[in-house]
Design a binder for this molecule. Structure first.
Ligand code: FES
Ligand SMILES: [Fe+2]
Length: 366
């Protein structure tokens, strides 16, 4: 296991995007009659798995007097509050029992704790987070937005997950994720690329719903992992998508061999975030220890970003003026424009207006 990195004091907050799915925690943590807690977009959540396998996520406050529901009990079916014993069905949030009521008191039929739609994909418990103050969540609203999933191209594949907490807000996390120019400086390693290998690049980008795509292209010749796929002697292609609110999909294919990853930057609070990478692949399927090797290098890669962002967070606390340059920071500009377009659409009720009018070719060196 890599050494844990000490936390830094977080910098300024970011505006958050709601009405979408976010990965709350790893679903293998949810088993038996245990309850797990986490923070998602600043909301305290309690999660668990019903004995029928279904995941649930509730706000970790009893609607009666606010004590965390996670202080209570879960029997595989219902959650009982520790304070006065109210019993909740945790997928719907409905209160089923109030022990202090006598036969003379009518039972309040429509009494709910705040339950969030929760689905399991790729080992994450994904939670749908509505606009704050929008009341009880209608499952139909959540169903309008597809639960994100890592694309896989064959049934037999291996997979891994990496995670790192970042002391910066989600905006800095996302633009760091989409930033093409930091590679040769932050990720210097013999197996990846050297600073001296910097060369000019030209990439075509096109708008896609809620995001943009770096069009399918032959990958950079100066990166070792791509060379690894060269052993198959097939042409290698890679496609990278960014999709609001926080997702980067990368697909690398060489004939019927493939590597796919979904990286998300999730707001834990308005000023901190967490990066999660889920990857799946069928390349080098039979090479022993390949998962451990990829996990080792992947972890090293994610730690390099994490350490850099901890240092950046120190700088951001001093509230410096910042700038974004063309073309290397154009993906960051698109992210901010897309986010604003989505906030405007939520505000006006009009359909979201995509800030890109058509395909664009960018040039930078990395
Ligand atoms: S605070 Fe939960 S039942 Fe009273
Ligand atoms: Fe990076």
């Amino acid at each position: 296991m890599p050494k844990p990195v000490p936390p830094a004091t977080p910098g300024p907050p970011a505006t958050l995007l709601y009405n979408d799915w976010y990965p709350a925690l790893r679903s293998d943590q949810l088993r038996g009659k245990e309850l797990s807690t986490t923070l998602l977009l600043g909301i305290p959540l309690v999660l668990g798995r019903r004995e029928d396998g279904r995941l649930f996520a509730m706000r970790d406050n009893c609607p009666h007097r606010g004590i965390p529901l996670s202080c209570g009990w879960f029997d595989g079916k219902s959650v009982t509050c520790k304070y006065h014993g109210w019993v909740f069905e945790p997928v719907s949030g409905q209160c089923m029992e109030i022990p202090s009521l006598t036969s003379r008191d009518p039972f309040p039929r429509k009494l709910y704790g705040m339950a969030y739609p929760c689905e399991e994909r790729d080992g994450h418990a994904w939670v749908y987070v509505p606009e704050p103050g929008s009341g009880r969540i209608q499952p139909e609203d959540a169903a309008l937005v597809t639960v994100p999933e890592l694309p896989k191209f064959s049934s037999r594949c291996r997979s891994a997950h990496l995670t790192a907490d970042l002391p910066c807000n989600v905006d800095h996390g996302v633009i760091g994720l989409m930033d093409p120019a930091h590679g040769p400086f932050v990720h210097q390693a013999w197996w990846w690329r050297k600073r001296a290998s910097i060369h000019e690049k030209e990439k075509r980008f096109e708008p896609i719903p809620q995001g943009f795509r770096m069009a399918t292209h032959a990958p950079s010749a100066n990166s070792a992992p791509y060379k690894l796929l060269g052993v198959y002697g097939e042409p290698i292609t890679t496609t990278i998508d960014f999709v609001l609110p926080n997702r980067r999909y990368e697909t690398i294919r060489a004939g019927d061999k493939w590597f796919s990853s979904l990286t998300t930057v999730t707001p834990v609070t308005p000023s901190t975030c967490r990066i999660d990478v889920v990857g799946a692949w069928n390349v080098l399927y039979h090479v022993p220890f390949m998962t451990s090797i990829l996990r080792f290098f992947g972890n090293m890669f994610v730690r390099q970003d994490q350490v850099t962002m901890i240092q950046q967070a120190e700088g951001l606390r001093r509230d410096p003026a910042l700038m974004l340059i063309d073309d290397a920071d154009r993906p960051a500009k698109w992210y901010f424009a897309l986010k604003q377009a989505r906030l405007d659409s939520a505000h006006t009720g009009e359909p979201m207006k995509h800030p890109m009018e058509g395909p664009v070719t960018l040039h930078w060196k990395s």
